[in-house]
Ligand binder design. Structure first.
Ligand code: GLC
Ligand code: GLC
Length: 818
């Protein structure tokens, strides 16, 4: 069953009924001001940091689902008894005569009809400013004139979202607002150390307003039936503490067929500390900086241009890589939605979605580095900055803060460090950036450790410490020690926690000198191969040699202790016993080392790689994707940690943890099996899964972190959509390994590994400033193999496109075959 459809031409997903299984969301904003918006106008907004600078409130885990949003009410003032509804369905949930939500690139339009009144609300954040626009157009489709009241409302958050949701003894007294000339200002703590405030206003003269929530809603009433809306009049309340809102009331009369557009603005503004108040010495906000912005964006022409500019911006981004293949689901993900999701993971890492409250985590070190792998070609300059920010949270040991706050850019001490895979991901993101851009200068950029001035070292130096960090921490089998956890946050082999509520991530009861990770071993080899290449190109033979030797040693460590007979082992626990082995009763085989070791090249020269992937197919592959491990842990194991907290089939305990699936796709492609690679891709491709939306439940346009596994009661149900490393890795798997268009240090490699029944495909790719048009023919219906390549009509040896500094566009023709 579907709840909508893809409109690929408009680059939109169109939701055709409001009661989707879960709220299906979109993101607004692409610079510093952001919002989350659901298909029924739920969600919230923030400036830069969803935890520290939140503008509006949202209540997670509430009933009804999706509480808090950008709520508009329409009231029929001609009706004899009060009649009002929400044109976005929530919060009144009145049954509408027509409903449609279009989630597009950086904007959302919700359109509905009720009793002959058509309403269309377009939400967007224009480029270059810190505000959001709600553009509401109303059309009277009744045969007679209608008198309508419009109410628009938001609930302000007192900036720090954690405090806002917990510290009520303070919150109920600290709040302040100001109302002037048709603008509601939220200025809590502006009197003291904050130099910022929020504003909410509209293009019409209002009939009334409220800033006190209880005055608007009425005592013991909810957002579904505000007293002020029912009554048809607001009380011009000024809030003193308690809950601050912005609500305004506008009256319009519409003739038959008449259309009227009203613009609402919700925004964020900073003043200079010395120009906060006007007149100086008072407590009144100085509005000289904000009013010109408000005036500008209340003009319909400016709103229209903003929308066009936003579309242009996205067209540019999506235009970096467009593909045309025989598979519509591949095309629409690669060309549209996967990129949209990549932008979200770039901006929010794992912080703010409908599953991540924005208060828990900031930017994850391993997460953001992996996100960059799919992002470097979209906005190379921003990727460069991000890499240097990440490097600055590295510690002098080479380790890294596991997370940092985007507003302050400083490492999060509560979680700390000690996740032993973390530093290696920095090598991979830097390598991806250099391959994409050819910008070797980034390696000479200075970045501090732990953000401490005076500790600066070149990025190249940082990378060497990343590698050393692993080599300084080898265990009894010569494999890397796992630390608190490796990629799998929940495989906590040094934790041994027996107290409820203790954090698995930060509790360490063992000295950590025994438990080892085969996964990190594979990751190390992958990273070390990059270090060899990077060092060689810098003519640093010594470092190249160090990594050459180290990776060979790691390969033999994996051969000696990492192979289980038919697949790669996962780890060794604190007792020196294997995890992910046929010797185990549960958790006999894990996906991660199969993907990572084969990607690193282990077992390719012999039969191990093939055998490992065959074992994956036999034991882990399901129609809903590939499971993390099997069998799932049926009870809690003190020595394994949080992985056994979840019931079997969920999350790290044997779900389809989608992030890992592309590793197997890539591994299959490396071994030349295009059918398997694309088949695995299709199993978790949300567009392909659209038709089972009642099972999948999450958005059909973005990947989810997990799909419940075979052992789960809700097998096939997705959770935690949007903010997952699946976005970057799937993008890599399909574009770089299945379609085979991958940037390398010396050029663009074209090495497809496709299902043999494909006749070929086309690609448009911007690479180092050149537009490359690639046509691939597959006349012999092979899976892999480039027989002939022509660049601009001339035959070329091999399958690497070398640009040689020419800023020209190129036509590339590829004939696959043996
Ligand atoms: C989450 C975390 C990521 C981790 C994964 C597996 O997605 O953000 O860092 O690798 O879970 O535990
Ligand atoms: C990762 C995992 C999650 C775990 C969390 C701990 O995100 O996906 O299952 O509970 O880390 O912070």
């Amino acid at each position: 069953m579907k709840y909508g459809y893809f409109d690929d031409k408009q680059r939109e997903y169109v939701i055709t009924r409001p009661d989707t299984p879960l709220p299906w969301i979109n993101y607004l904003g692409c610079e510093e001001y952001f919002g989350i918006i659901s298909n029924t106008a739920g969600g919230y907004s923030f400036y830069k940091d969803a935890r520290l600078r939140r503008l509006t409130r949202y209540r997670y885990n509430n009933a009804p689902l999706d509480s808090g949003g950008r709520y508009i009410y329409l009231r029929d003032d001609d009706a004899l008894s009060p009649q009002f509804w929400s044109p976005t369905w929530q919060p009144t949930r009145t049954e509408l005569d027509g409903y449609e939500c279009r989630h597009g690139m950086g904007y959302t339009v919700i359109e509905s009809t009720y009793h002959g009144i058509n309403a269309s609300a377009r939400y967007l954040v224009p480029l270059g400013v810190n505000l959001e626009i709600w553009e509401l157009s109303l059309t009277n489709r009744r045969p007679t004139e209608v008198n309508l009241s419009i109410f628009a409302s938001v609930e302000f958050c007192l900036w720090d979202a954690t405090d806002d949701a917990t510290n009520f003894q303070r919150n109920y007294s600290v709040g302040e607002v100001e109302v002037a000339d048709g603008v509601i200002y939220h200025k809590t703590e502006y009197r003291e150390r904050r130099d910022h405030f929020a504003f909410f206003t509209c293009s019409e003269k209002w009939a009334g307003f409220d800033t006190d929530r209880e005055a608007f809603l009425g005592r013991y009433r909810g957002w579904d039936s505000p007293m002020g809306v029912e009554r048809g009049a607001l009380s011009n309340s000024i809030a003193h503490g308690w809950q601050l809102i912005g609500a305004m009331h506008i009256k319009v009369a519409l003739q038959p067929a008449e259309r009227r557009t009203i613009i609402f603005l919700l925004g964020y503004q900073e003043n200079l500390p010395e120009e906060k108040f006007d007149p100086p010495g008072t407590q009144t906000i100085d509005k000289r900086t904000v009013l010109p912005i408000i005036r500008r964006f209340l003009q319909p022409a400016v709103v229209s241009t903003s929308f066009i500019d936003l579309q242009e911006h996205w067209r540019g981004l999506l235009g970096k890589l467009q593909v045309h293949t025989p598979d519509i689901h591949t095309d629409r993900m690669v060309n549209i939605w996967n990129v949209c999701q990549l932008m979200a993971t770039f901006h929010f890492s794992r912080s703010a979605s409908y599953f991540e409250t924005g208060t828990g985590r900031g930017m994850g070190f391993r997460d953001s580095n992996q996100d960059l792998l799919g992002f470097v070609h979209l906005m190379p300059d921003q990727a460069r900055r991000r890499i240097l920010d990440l490097a600055a949270t590295q510690l002098p040991t080479g380790g890294a803060y596991h997370q940092y706050q985007p507003l302050t850019k400083s490492g999060n001490n509560e979680v700390g460090s000690g996740f032993n895979d973390d530093p290696l991901w920095l090598i991979l993101s830097v390598a991806a950036y250099v391959k994409e851009t050819g910008d070797w200068s980034i390696l000479n950029e200075a970045a501090p450790y732990d953000n401490l001035p005076g500790s600066e070292e070149s990025l190249y130096g940082h990378l060497q410490r990343s590698g050393r960090y692993t080599l300084d921490r080898l265990g009894p089998h010569g494999l890397p020690l796992i630390g608190r956890a490796d990629w799998n946050d929940c495989l906590n082999l040094n934790c041994f926690s027996g107290s409820p509520g203790q954090s698995f991530q930060t509790t360490t009861n063992k000295d950590g000198k025994v438990a080892e990770s085969v996964f990190i071993a594979g990751l190390f080899i992958l990273a070390a191969r990059e270090m060899v290449q990077i060092a060689a190109r810098r003519e640093d033979d010594q470092v190249a040699l160090v990594y050459q030797r180290a990776l060979a040693q790691m390969e033999s460590a994996i051969e000696d202790a990492g192979w289980d007979g038919a697949w790669f082992r996962r780890a060794y626990d604190d007792f020196g016993q294997p995890v992910g082995s046929k010797e185990c009763t549960e958790g006999q085989i894990f996906i991660e080392p199969q993907g990572m070791c084969v990607m690193a090249g282990c077992g390719i020269g012999d039969t191990r790689a093939r055998q490992a992937l065959d074992s994956v197919r036999e034991k882990l592959a399901t129609p809903h994707g590939i499971l993390l491990h099997q069998p799932g842990y049926s009870r809690y194991y003190l020595h394994l940690g949080e992985i056994s907290s979840y019931p079997p089939g969920y999350k790290e305990n044997g779900s389809v943890f989608c992030h890992t699936n592309p590793w197997i796709m890539i591994a299959e492609a490396i071994l030349g099996n295009g059918s398997a690679a694309h088949d695995y891709y299709s199993r978790i491709n949300p567009s392909k899964r659209e038709e089972i939306s009642e099972v999948h439940r999450c958005e059909p346009y973005v990947y989810a972190q997990m799909i419940a596994g075979r052992e789960a009661a809700t097998y096939g149900e997705a959770k935690n959509s949007w903010l997952t490393g699946t976005a970057a890795w799937n993008y890599l798997a399909v574009t770089q390994w299945i379609l085979g268009i991958r940037s390398e240090y010396d050029g663009l490699r074209i090495d497809p590994c496709i299902p043999p029944d494909w006749d070929g495909f086309d690609v448009e790719r911007i690479f180092r400033g050149c537009r490359i048009s690639i046509t691939v023919y597959n006349p012999q219906h092979v899976s892999r193999g480039v027989k002939k390549m022509e660049v601009d009509g001339l035959p070329v040896d091999g399958n690497l496109l070398v640009l040689e500094g020419s800023p020209f566009n190129h036509q590339v023709h590829i004939w696959m075959g043996n």
